[in-house]
Design a protein. Structure first.
Length: 553
């Protein structure tokens, strides 16, 4: 943490040098002594200190300065640092002004020039003031700060990105936080675009893209090399497992992840059926452990970075990234999973990120404190989310189209839900429309049996209605089924015939796609079981076939 600041302000260069020298001699070990030659330049310094979150312990200011007197400066300075101690440097003739300042700006002390010897006339008083300041001082949070609006999709995107990449940050809502308003006022434009991301060193960015934030906080977004034995696209459980097995078996490996390692599992609040964790574990924990393990084996993890295209120049497989750069490899594993299916109802698209979210956003959980939360979906992901939110929200309503949760949700979850007083399942119910000016305000639901509709006030709606793969970037290269899932192994064989253009003198390996050396694992594979353990299993098994393939290259 930065040392607290003592700021000396004087327009007389000789006096300023003398104050600075005497202050440094005694306080430099514990305080940063800064100087300014006018009230205005001191205020500019304060703006920078404020953005960096650096504390100020003491102002020592000359009263007689031509453009801004010491008292005028203090009036403005204490608005920014109300807790800082204030001392005026005065000549005999300024005594009256100094006495008035005791009331006007809560002056702590005034010092007559010259102050020699400082041991008698300066240090004892300054020691007193700093002692008082230290006693009341609580160090501020000095990490990354995000100033935004709870209902803005851009602010949500930034917070979600930071949370999922496990970057600690402090969220300051413009609606309720004094600190947020102060930070906005100190940004150059005075009315910056939100979210305002204030970095640890005090620099800031207005509504930055995730990639820009990543660069600033030291996440790796560019590959260290142009060629690897193995490239893995997607950092969910499957990709992370492939990375750990590949790298631990000696393959130079890079994993490319569009959002944050962990994939869908990373958004799960509690996975209870993963082997070896009898008490369950959160998806965030699973991702953190897997990332640490992969890094231990020297896997390079690029995030956020998207793969946009793939092509073959035998013996190489080449991927093009979102920033236009390319990486080549011998073997490629695609583990891009599935994305949430979108709810098609009037108003939903406009209010997404403004009270409507896909998945159980942990970022939003605290904001839902003491509110009613609506969850759409009847599968395990919806059930887990309901259990998760039940710790924070007043009441949770699960809206499910079927007449029995047990039809699509695991029995253990249904039992947990039934035991919770603040969760209610609204069966045979779907959302027909949503409304709100700047954020979600009302939901209209319909019962499919009675045909009755009901409109309720609501601020939070979380949607879990299944998922589909996003594999359009493989068009014309890799064979997929009609829903976009990638075909592999024996699924590619038609009437005993190998896929079109297939060159090797063998059938495709298990998990190998229609292009030799390109493999698929996890939820994006045609016919996959949509579970963490199977994704991890497939990611690990794929490495076995990568080795077999590489013997052919
Ligand atoms: C809320 C929720 C709760 C769940 N709970 C459980 C549970 O309790 N037990 C259980 O077994 N399963 C559970 N599942 C299912 C489980 O999480 C998935 O089966 C598993 O995550 C699939 O892993 P995957 O690696 O195949 O794909 P994903 O987890 O979907 O990961 C794919 C990754 O690829 C990235 N990606 C996609 N396209 C690109 C691209 N072009 N370039 C770079 N990166 C890309 C994505 O950003 C994503 O991170 C749950 C799922 C959800 C959503």
């Amino acid at each position: 943490m930065a040392k607290p600041v003592i700021l000396a302000v004087d327009d007389d260069p000789q006096v300023l040098r003398a104050v600075e020298r005497d202050l440094r001699r005694r306080y430099a070990r514990e305080y940063r002594v800064l100087r300014a030659d006018s009230g205005q330049s001191a205020l500019d310094t304060l703006s920078k200190l404020k953005l960096r979150g650096d504390p100020v312990a003491l102002f020592l200011v000359d009263q007689r300065m031509p453009k801004m007197t010491g008292v005028e400066f203090l009036e403005e300075a204490i608005e920014r640092y109300p807790e800082a101690k204030r001392a005026l440097l005065t000549a005999y003739a300024d005594t009256e002004a100094a006495i008035r300042a005791i009331n006007e700006v809560g002056l702590d002390y005034y010092l007559q020039k010259p102050w020699d010897p400082p041991e008698e006339n300066l240090y004892p008083n300054i020691d007193d003031m700093l002692g008082d300041w230290q006693a009341d001082y609580r160090p501020p949070f000095t990490g990354l700060r995000v100033v935004g609006d709870r209902w803005s999709p851009e602010s949500y995107r930034t917070r979600e990105f930071l949370a999922r990449n496990r970057v600690p940050y402090r969220w300051l809502d413009v609606e309720g936080s004094e600190e947020a308003r102060e930070l906005l006022a100190h940004a150059d434009s005075g009315a910056p675009k939100l979210p305002l991301v204030v970095y640890e060193d005090g620099s800031y960015a207005e509504a930055p893209e995730n990639g820009e934030i990543a660069e600033n906080i030291g996440l790796q977004t560019h590959a260290g090399h142009q060629f690897y034995d193995l490239v893995i696209v997607g950092g969910g459980p499957s990709g992370l497992a492939a990375a750990v097995y590949g790298a631990s078996e000696g393959l130079s490996t890079v994993l490319i992840e569009r959002e944050a390692p962990g994939g869908q599992a990373g958004t799960s609040s509690r996975i209870e059926n993963y082997l070896g964790f009898p008490a369950g574990l959160s998806g965030g924990d699973l991702a953190r452990r897997a990332v640490d393990q992969a890094k231990r084996f020297e896997v390079e993890i690029l995030t956020p970075q998207e793969v946009r295209a793939v092509r073959v120049e035998d013996p190489y497989r080449i991927v093009t990234l979102g920033d236009g750069t390319e990486i080549s490899c011998y073997a490629l594993i695609i583990t891009t999973g599935v994305d949430y299916r979108k709810l098609d109802a009037p108003g939903v698209e406009r209010l997404t990120g403004r009270g409507i979210y896909y998945g159980a956003s942990q970022t939003e959980a605290l904001s839902c404190k003491n509110e009613d939360v609506y969850i759409i979906g009847g599968a395990n992901s919806a059930g887990q989310a309901a259990m998760f939110f039940s710790k924070h929200a007043r009441k949770i309503f699960i809206l499910c189209r079927s007449n029995d949760l047990r039809k699509s949700m695991s029995d253990y979850l249904v039992r947990q839900i039934e035991e919770k007083d603040n969760i209610e399942a609204l069966l045979e119910t779907s959302v027909v429309s949503v409304e709100g000016e700047n954020h979600l305000e009302r939901i209209t639901m319909k019962n499919s049996v009675t045909g009755e509709t009901q409109t309720v006030g609501a601020h939070s709606l979380f949607i879990f209605i299944g998922a589909a793969p996003k594999t359009a970037w493989l068009d014309g290269v890799i064979e997929r089924d009609e829903r976009g899932f990638i075909l592999s192994g024996s699924d590619l064989m038609r009437h005993g015939k190998r896929p079109d253009g297939w060159r090797p003198d063998r059938d495709p390996f298990l998990l190998e796609t229609s292009i030799p050396g390109i493999f698929v694992a996890g939820d994006v594979r045609h016919g996959s079981v949509k579970r963490c353990a199977s994704a991890v299993g497939e990611g690990s098994i794929a490495i076995q076939f990568v080795h077999q393939y590489m013997r052919e290259v």
